[in-house]
Design a protein around this ligand. Sequence first.
Ligand SMILES: [Zn+2]
Length: 96
Amino acid sequence: MNRIADVEGGLLPQPKGPFSDGEALELLMAYRKDPSDVPCPRCGPNTIEVLAFIEPEIDSNGFASVTDPEGEYAAALYCHTCKRAIGILAGAMYGE
Ligand SMILES: [Zn+2]
């Protein structure tokens, strides 16, 4: 699963750590069900914010490019309570 190394030059909150693979799956399922209502597996509802839509492939320097939420893309999610961030593959690429 992609990690968000840096988005928009560090203007976003600094994550405190990653989500586990199981939590990532929960987030992905919730996002695909309703992108506006994604609960944090640890903290519950109303804590997750979609920070940005990013390219599903991180470049060789470890940076993710911001993109539009269409076709193949990933959503950068951030929980304001446990301060963790994750990039989930939210576009057409999922399931390959
Ligand atoms: Zn949380």
